[in-house]
Design a protein around this ligand. Structure first.
Ligand SMILES: [Zn+2]
Length: 362
């Protein structure tokens, strides 16, 4: 059967023929892949930029794909919650042995001794069929979602980030005088899928959202912001004055150090900066004046990665709600879709001109 893989240490992804999985036993589920999403992490692995990318032990190649949507084909004798025909989103990170991993919070792993499908130490979902354990499969209850359910995996990271934001904000009276968030300003930088989904998430909770991005591919950010009642500004955030971006919450999805520095200056008292993007490029000097400002303003900086099973479940609920409320807005984000054979060239390219690319497996 077909799979898309990389050889660690070698640039470029390729189509490869691999052995199909054998029938499921015990808690195992046999799955047919329907869609996989492509994100910056995949391109980082393909271009050899992620030093933590790793094949399964004893294997030469790593099958890519950590954003998946699959259909149950067959189940082992001990599987109780899934039946053939069900749609599922497979979880990415699988627990190691630390105390966090032991309670299903491998997203907060303390020692890095976990594996991640399609990223480090475990084959991913860019293959026609795979076997997985019931406990790592999140059931899609809303069949109307269709391929949009492939956005569950990226969105669950943001649901966790929102969760962390709420937790750190419990240190002060975090709501407006009317008990809502409607006086709170959120600035989101970057109009990729993550920036757009962050905007939708905060907007859904009543915050005033402004999305700032250097580009607006196919006018999708403008269109979605209009739908959700957010503002969109096409600009390079590092060229804006902090006074122009005054915020209670500043969300960076670009990973550019200069943007993050600007964000700290743009925060109000008790402000929170959420760091989500990563990049190895760029530099920003932290000055004594900036440190003093951060201290005096009670600023919190949150770095956050991955999410727990609960966040996948909540992400699916948001997607259902948004599909209902905002019509085809989510579909607009999926700008590119193709079969595996025709996806390799684009996977090996720079992704410019795409918002979200997905691969259709069946
Ligand atoms: Zn752990």
């Amino acid at each position: 059967m077909k799979a898309i893989a990389v050889k660690i240490g070698q640039k470029g992804s390729f189509l490869v023929n691999v052995e199909p999985p054998k029938g499921p036993v015990g808690n195992q589920v046999l799955l047919k892949t329907l869609y996989t999403g492509v994100c910056g992490t995949d391109r980082g692995i393909i271009n050899g930029l992620l030093n933590f990318a790793k094949a399964e032990s004893g294997k030469e190649i790593l099958i890519l794909g950590h954003e998946g949507l699959a259909q149950v084909m067959d189940v082992g004798d001990n599987v109780r919650s899934l039946r053939p025909g069900d749609l599922v989103v497979p979880m990415v990170r699988r627990p190691g042995k630390c105390i966090q991993c032991g309670v299903g919070r491998q997203d907060n792993c303390e020692d890095g001794d976990f594996v991640e499908a399609g990223i480090r130490g475990k084959d991913g979902f860019m293959r026609e069929y795979f076997i997985d354990d019931e406990q790592y499969l999140v059931k899609v209850k809303d069949n109307n979602l269709g391929k949009l359910a492939v956005l569950t995996e990226p969105l669950k990271n943001l649901v966790k980030a929102y969760d962390v934001y709420q937790t750190v904000s419990d240190r002060y009276l975090k709501m407006c005088s009317d008990g809502s968030y409607e006086c709170k300003k959120v600035t989101v930088i970057g109009a990729g899928p993550i920036g757009i989904l962050f905007s939708m998430l905060f907007s859904t909770h009543g915050f005033q959202v402004r999305l700032i991005s250097r580009s607006d591919k196919e006018g999708v950010a403008t269109s979605i912001c209009k739908k959700i009642g957010a503002d969109f500004t096409q600009a390079d955030a590092i060229k804006l004055n902090p006074e122009e971006m005054v915020s209670d919450v500043f969300v960076d999805t670009t990973g550019r150090p200069e943007v993050i520095g600007k964000g700290l200056q743009a925060l109000k008292y008790n402000g929170v900066e959420i760091l989500f993007g990563t990049t190895l490029a760029g530099n920003y000097s932290i000055t004594g004046a900036l440190v003093t400002e951060a201290v005096e303003k009670n600023v919190t900086i949150i770095g956050t990665v991955d999410g727990a099973k609960q966040h996948y479940i909540e992400a699916l609920n948001y997607l259902s709600m948004w599909k209902e409320t905002y019509g085809n807005s989510l579909e607009l984000m999926i700008t590119d879709e193709d079969v595996p054979e025709n996806s390799i060239e684009a996977l090996n390219g720079d992704g410019k001109g795409e918002i979200k690319r997905i691969v259709r497996w069946s």
